[in-house]
Design a protein around this ligand. Sequence first.
Ligand SMILES: [Zn+2]
Length: 129
Amino acid sequence: MRVVFDTDDSAIWALMRVPMHHKLNEVWEWILQKLIEWDCEEVVWESYHRDKLPGESGVHDTDPCRSLDWYPTKWPLTKIKRFEEETNNAWDYGKTNPRTGKRYKVLWWHDVGRGAHYHTQVRDETLLM
Ligand SMILES: [Zn+2]
């Protein structure tokens, strides 16, 4: 299993400047183990930290960093969705959306910004269930 850094988005430079939130570390240790179990050959770390953009939630802007954008390079969408489900069944983000009454997720797949990717997000209360 190989982790590649998207140099266009400078994920590696950001990683050297801003520490990972300790819960993001825990989630990523878990994800890396799962990626090996799921026979993933390669993932790209796309965005780790960036300056807050107008209209953004700002979760990519925190110090320590609470979020990471990434994607597996060779997975079909069905596998991507299964991995998202397994991750969110294992981890509780630690907060409920007041509008919908649903728990926020630790991982989700979306097609925004520079293309389709997973968004990983944690907070102090994030826990392995
Ligand atoms: Zn993101």
